[in-house]
Write a protein that binds this ligand. Structure first.
Ligand code: ADP
Length: 501
């Protein structure tokens, strides 16, 4: 189903970003570079936010709760129409994977900078997604790829697949809607709970079964597809460092993939995109076991939080490509033009307390000093003196570093963390020091259970003491190098603007 080609004269003069924080800013920066005007929308809690001030125009769309502001597609479209907007970029989260919103945007004669409502719908359901990709022979986690309500039958299938089993909500997302069942005796009770949880959380009680992969790594492949039938992949990102099944640290490339497995996963990803007639930027997620067997998990039909690591190693501005594709332009590179150059790391800097089970630590940022230097990119959405609202995801920034090699990217990351000062709220920066120093991480021998296996507040304290000593040594060394480094902010590859303004 080829999408309508808006702006066949290739103009897109004004883009509204239906999001907030770092991603709104990040999208607007590329738009501005392309000579496109930007419109911000904001809730009453975000009046002073950098994304509001950066935009050429800004519209308040409601009170702080997202249900009254960033999720009000009707108000956003109304604002877009009033201001003569011809493209809406949804960012990630909020309305980005809402097929009805994408449809309403198109019905209003505005380009939705993302895939068609049809692709969003298919991939929005983990089960529909599995069904759609089946004919392409994509490896799946063993289990039952259809919704089941009959507990006795489900138990029988679980026995055949083998315990431990994961019960998943078809409509689940964001790490929610999953239950591990270790042994058969617990199956019935857990399944009943999973169904009722799925009903209350997602309004859809369908669940299915997957074998629980004991020691998996989360590896995903970036894809770009235009409206002329060209589909390319941009290699992998590894996102195995997670808490509550949610990513905190990502890198590209993965330290374990062989060129041969990378090639197969890339090809499978291109096929997944073809299976749902995809257009735009998307990501296919896989679980990879210790023997490098990989299994399709799901496709995310939007820009991912961790997209910068891919940009760093490929030199491709993914937002620019999203906009070009939405304008109906063909991709201006082929698969063979793409290459992995170097290594990139990303730490999500959340206002969360790693000492308190990563609980949100919202409040006022009393001190905020950004690290800068060669090979450091900071995508952030806050400034000193601003308050992190409790209504939204408490991510403050993404700290991204680049190196010729993995150890070099890690080294620069540790330096950058040491020079990043945030006071007033607890953050995941100390957790970053812990991970980037940890042998399991530096040696590449880790899985999605890293936090559960190694992380405790005591270990964090010890590690940050060592971190402080290293920081002192680094500071001396940096002072020697700094004059040169600090004069070239944003000097990372491929002509990127620094994450800061
Ligand atoms: P969500 O849509 O909520 O993000 P995913 O299906 O993408 O859910 O899974 C999120 C994370 O949960 C994965 O990165 C992995 O850590 C864990 N996970 C998911 N499925 C399995 C499985 N079958 N075995 C082991 N871990 C899994």
């Amino acid at each position: 189903m080829p999408s309508k080609s808006y702006n066949s004269d290739n103009t897109m003069q004004k883009i509204l970003v239906a999001n907030r924080g770092e991603i709104a800013l990040r999208v607007m920066r590329t738009a501005r570079k392309m000579g496109i005007l930007t419109v911000a929308v904001y809730s009453e809690a975000d009046r002073l936010s950098p994304h509001v001030r950066y935009a050429d125009e800004a519209v308040c769309i409601g009170p702080p709760p997202s249900s009254q502001s960033y999720l009000r597609g009707d108000k956003i479209i109304e604002a877009a129409k009033a201001l003569g907007v011809d493209g809406i970029h949804p960012g990630y989260g909020f309305l980005s994977e809402n097929a009805s919103f994408a449809r309403a945007v198109e019905d209003a004669g505005i380009a939705f900078i993302g895939p068609s409502p049809f692709s969003i719908e298919i991939m929005g359901s983990k089960l529909a997604a599995k069904a759609a990709v089946k004919e392409y022979d994509i490896p799946m986690v063993p289990g039952l790829d259809e919704a089941i309500t009959d507990v006795a039958k489900a138990k029988e299938i679980a026995r055949e697949v083998g315990f431990p089993i994961l019960i998943k909500a078809s409509a689940g997302g964001g790490g929610k809607g999953m239950r591990i069942v270790e042994e058969e005796a617990n199956f019935e009770a857990q399944m009943k709970r999973a169904v009722s949880e799925a009903e209350s959380a997602f309004g859809d009680g369908s669940v299915f079964l997957e074998k629980y992969i004991a020691s998996p790594r989360h590896i995903e492949i970036q894809v770009l597809a235009d409206t002329h039938g060209n589909v390319v992949h941009l290699f992998e990102r590894e996102c195995s460092i997670q808490r509550r099944h949610q990513k905190v640290i990502e890198e590209a490339p993965s330290s374990i993939l062989t060129p041969e497995v990378r090639e197969r996963m890339g090809q499978d990803t291109v096929n997944v995109a073809r299976a749902c007639n995809y257009k735009g930027a998307g990501t296919v997620e896989f679980l990879v076991d210790e023997h490098l067997n990989y299994y399709f998990l799901e496709m995310n039909t939007r820009l991912q939080v961790e997209h910068p690591v891919t940009e760093m190693i490929t030199g491709v501005d993914l937002v620019k490509q999203q906009i070009r594709i939405a304008r109906g332009e063909p991709l201006d590179f082929k698969q063979e033009d793409l290459q992995i150059k170097g290594h990139a790391m990303e730490l999500r800097v959340y206002a969360e307390d790693p000492n308190d089970n990563f609980h949100p630590s919202v409040g006022k940022i009393s001190v905020y000093r950004r690290p800068q230097g060669k090979n450091i990119r900071l995508d952030d959405g806050y400034e000193e003196g601003l308050t992190i609202p409790l209504y939204y995801d408490p991510m403050i920034a993404k700290l991204i570093t680049f190196g010729e090699t993995r150890p070099a990217a890690i080294h620069t990351m540790l330096e950058a963390i040491e020079h990043y000062e945030i006071e007033g709220v607890a953050t995941t920066l100390p957790f970053g020091i812990f991970v980037f120093h940890h042998k399991a991480f530096t040696s590449g021998k880790f899985d999605t259970h890293f936090v559960k296996n190694y992380f405790t507040p005591e270990a964090l304290e010890k590690d940050n003491r060592i971190g402080a000593e290293i920081a002192a040594k680094l500071a001396v060394r940096l002072q020697e190098n700094n004059k040169k480094l600090l004069k070239t902010p944003g000097a990372y590859p491929s002509g990127w603007g620094n994450g800061k303004r």
